[in-house]
Design a protein around this ligand. Sequence first.
Ligand code: NAD
Ligand code: ZN
Length: 348
Amino acid sequence: MTIPKTQKAIVFETSGGPLEYKDVPVPVPGDHQILVNVKYSGVCHSDLHAWMGDWPLPTKLPLIGGHEGAGVVVAKGKNVTTFEIGDYAGIKWINQACYTCEFCQEAYEPNCPKAQISGYTMDGTFQQYALADAVQAAHIPQGTDLSQVAPILCAGVTVYKAIKTSGRKAGEWLAVTGAGGGLGSLAVQYAKAMGFRVLAIDTTEEKEKMCLELGAEVFVDFAKTDNLVARVQEITGGGPHGVINVSVSEFAINQSLEYVRSVGTVVLVGLPAGAVCKSPIFSQVARAITIKGSPVGNRADTQEALSFFTRGLVHSPIHVVGLSELQKVFTLMEEGKIAGRYVVDTSK
Ligand code: NAD
Ligand code: ZN
């Protein structure tokens, strides 16, 4: 297998600056790393936040973003024993962790203070050849459709882990805010597969149709519903037992504290810039509401989320475009116009 010296990538030099489609050197794997020929990369709203630089965590600059990469191993460092050349591998948000801190010891790798993040603190998957730590890289079965599996590597893992974090039981109502987006469209399916009754909240007829096809029992259009809190409580007979917040809306997140059922659980996943989750203490105490934050997932969550995918219990509602068109995807995402997930083909 010949590995070229240069490749195509999307690079930005400054936060919110031009997204340049250009030739960059192919990186060389360190002793513990694999070099993955990324075939497809999902485009997550976190990539848009990374480009805009709107979170209180600085990115590397210049940066190649992307953290939902699916491809083929083409080279590996001398210490790598768990991947062979030709294997399928997935590059995730958590690219590397220390494995020695108190959080890693308990498998909270996303909370490792030394974690390296793909497309954020190190170059990610909006390039044809990207590096991944062999311990963190996901193992993808040969023959898997790499365009379909790409969104599972962040969106799928994150929502599956968030549903587990809710601690809610099969048969209960789970509301998903932002249900028509990348994370939401997978959250609806994982929740259904895990036995929940799913109430999807988002807007547009296209997203409504998609959410109902993916297994939501009811769809509530936030843009067309006057009293959303009352409507959600009416449908669910007193409020959903759990809420998975994957919208990029501070308003939607705070609203979920109002309609959640007493003794219910609100999980925070979406990360609107500068947002605050403000819970009235009287209501939170008297109604015994739990609020939990949930960042991506660890290696076990990843393999479990992938297992739902390979068994055909969830699929990715994707639109495939060339890597060179990333700017267009970000524009559509900013306008809230994406039903499901865009995936970029790095060969175009
Ligand atoms: P997306 O743009 O694909 O989807 C967001 C959806 O929210 C859109 O469909 C939009 O219509 C909907 N929405 C907007 N306002 C709403 C409202 N008031 N009520 C209900 N829905 C509303 O984004 P995505 O890629 O799914 O990412 C969502 C968020 O999750 C982003 O902030 C992203 O950074 C974050 N994220 C967090 C983690 C984590 O580990 N916690 C992982 C991945 C992504
Ligand atoms: Zn992501």
